[in-house]
Design a binder for this molecule. Structure first.
Ligand SMILES: *[C@@H]1O[C@H](CO)[C@@H](O)[C@H](O)[C@H]1NC(C)=O
Ligand SMILES: *[C@@H]1O[C@H](CO)[C@@H](O)[C@H](O)[C@H]1NC(C)=O
Ligand SMILES: *[C@@H]1O[C@H](CO)[C@@H](O)[C@H](O)[C@H]1NC(C)=O
Ligand SMILES: *[C@@H]1O[C@H](CO)[C@@H](O)[C@H](O)[C@H]1NC(C)=O
Length: 404
């Protein structure tokens, strides 16, 4: 038995550890709001109550923290966590695991996502827990374009921080960051089986100032379906991606763009990433007949290991080759794109494919120090190039339509 004094000392220690790691916090433990954590009982109401209490907390010197204790698994029905909250920072500490119902057991008001975080500023979601979307019940036997529900959506937020947790088996996109400013995502593991369709790991849409760092991503590899490790889509700017290991999956993509009114993506920097066994490497894809632009985009320090289509710019994107628009009069303009210090191997022969539209074309496309070889020693590789303009230096294979 510990004495009262020892108890006090233990509590003091715990508080000190919590404080030194994250600043002073006020804990809202989901267990105190009725959560069971046995992986079967629906804990979503308990989570809602804990969230509401934390979000409404007026704490001047400590940060309200929704605490999900370790060594337990919490079953959550589709759930929405909404802001604004009273505190300018709020922690969501995922030490334990979260699990979704299978598709047929989904109930709730909204069906586009499992966990929706809406209108919250200063949300910090971190911890070592595993978040399991149980997506296999959603995955259709054949590729389809009706995105199923998303795993987690962070919508309308400022100052979002995601760190440390593992997200597996998303029903659709694992993590969608939409209409957010200033987000930092780091040290995540995102994993879905290779035969899972439409499981983009991280999708950034209509957001500004997003950094994705040091994360491991492995997703599906069904050809022609969007299973990107990272997809940066319309309305996004000032995006930085670094230290990502991706594969299997579809690599790191800008787009597809051009299905909206006027799609814009600009100021994107992708650095220090390794793509291993992916269907595509780094690419920019736009549909025919779209409007808008993608510009000031750089891919630097990329390593390819047995990637199928390492470098692609495509202004004719039509993934399933059905109902493709056949509009040559307009396209999303692509300009100021740099591929630099890139090396590695491909299982394909056509390792660089710059396919730009007749009407718009791509301008100021630059490649420097790009060396891609075949996984088969001695096998020739080549670049395909149509209506792309710019410069290629210290690059192999040679690219005919760019200046040396
Ligand atoms: C590059 O990425 C690796 C992880 O893939 C990381 O360990 C390393 O620190 C990164 N280096 C830089 C300069 O970003
Ligand atoms: C291009 O994007 C980078 C960020 O990746 C930014 O620092 C730079 O200012 C942008 N350049 C222009 C001309 O907007
Ligand atoms: C697209 O339009 C061009 C010109 O009108 C035509 O030659 C071509 O056959 C069309 N392609 C398809 C797939 O409809
Ligand atoms: C390059 O991409 C275009 C557009 O998707 C495609 O039509 C063409 O077949 C590709 N070229 C090669 C050589 O793979």
């Amino acid at each position: 038995m510990l004495s009262a004094m020892e108890h006090l000392f233990t509590i003091f220690l715990i508080v000190c550890i919590a404080s030194s790691a994250m600043g002073a916090t006020t804990i809202f433990n989901v267990m105190n709001y009725g959560a069971v954590g046995n992986g079967r009982t629906d804990d979503s109401q308990a989570f809602s109550r804990a969230w509401t209490a934390a979000c409404q907390a007026q704490t001047s010197s400590s940060i309200p923290t929704v605490y999900i204790p370790q060594k337990r698994t919490f079953f959550l029905s589709p759930l929405q966590f909404s802001g604004p909250c009273k505190s300018s920072r709020i922690y969501f500490l995922v030490s334990g695991n979260l699990i979704a119902p299978i598709k047929t057991a989904w109930s709730g008001n909204h069906f586009d996502s499992w966990l929706l975080f809406y209108g919250i500023d200063g949300l910090v979601m971190k911890g070592k827990g595993v978040i399991d979307g149980r997506g296999s019940s959603w995955w259709p036997p054949k590729p389809c374009f009706n995105d199923p529900a998303h795993g987690m959506i962070f919508r309308r937020c400022n100052g979002l921080r995601l760190d440390g947790f593992t997200k597996i088996n998303g029903p659709g996109t694992h993590i969608l960051i939409m209409a957010c400013n200033d987000a930092l995502v780091s040290n995540l593991r995102i994993i879905a089986p290779g035969d899972s369709p439409n499981t983009d790991a991280i999708n950034i849409a209509s957001s500004k100032g997003v950094q994705i760092r040091n994360s491991f991503i492995a997703t599906g590899i069904i050809i022609h379906v969007g299973d990107d490790c990272i997809a940066i889509t319309a309305g996004s700017s000032d995006i930085s991606v670094s230290g990502i290991t991706c594969g299997p999956g579809h690599g790191i993509s800008i787009g597809s763009l051009g299905s909206g009114g006027s799609d814009v993506v600009e100021n994107v920097r992708v650095r220090n990433c390794t793509l291993k066994g992916t269907i595509t490497g780094v690419r920019i894809k736009t549909l025919q007949g779209g409007k808008g632009y993608a510009r000031n985009i750089s891919f630097e320090g990329i390593k390819f290991i047995a990637v199928d289509n390492p470098i692609q710019i495509e202004q004719f994107y039509c993934p399933l080759k059905v109902n493709c628009q056949n509009d040559t009069s307009s396209a999303v303009a692509i300009s100021d794109v740099l591929f630099s210090t890139i090396s590695g191997t491909s299982i394909a022969e056509n390792v660089i494919n710059l396919s730009c539209s007749q009407s718009v074309g791509c301008t100021n496309i630059r490649l420097d120090r790009v060396y891609i070889t075949s996984t088969v020693p001695g096998k020739k590789v080549y670049a395909n190039c149509f209506n792309a303009h710019g410069k290629a230096t210290r690059t192999k294979p040679a690219i005919k339509c760019l200046q040396p």
